[in-house]
Unconditional design. Structure first.
Length: 80
């Protein structure tokens, strides 16, 4: 699932593209998807919350409508 970028840095396979699609994502975008390694997902994934800016940008890239906007609190981040 991991692709080496440098001797120090790596990324999830499929995410280092202009049109990223993580190989851990199973299902069909826009219908039903899930992360196949959710409990082990890395910290950048844990920082994205449903309805935050990164979520909305990802949805827009796939032509999906925006979710209701949400103000992300510190407790939301701790719960993720
Ligand atoms: S949460 Fe992270 S690891 Fe899981 S599918 Fe999304 S990008 Fe991949």
């Amino acid at each position: 699932m991991v692709e080496a970028l440098t001797p120090v840095y790596s990324c999830l396979r499929g995410t280092n593209h202009s049109s990223p699609h993580c190989q851990a994502l199973v299902g069909e975008v826009g219908k039903a998807v899930k992360c196949s390694m959710y409990e082990q997902r890395p910290s950048p994934c844990r920082e994205v919350l449903a309805g935050d800016d990164k979520c909305q940008k990802a949805r827009a890239r796939h032509g999906l409508p925006a979710l209701p906007t949400k103000t992300v609190t510190d407790s939301d981040k701790l719960a993720a």
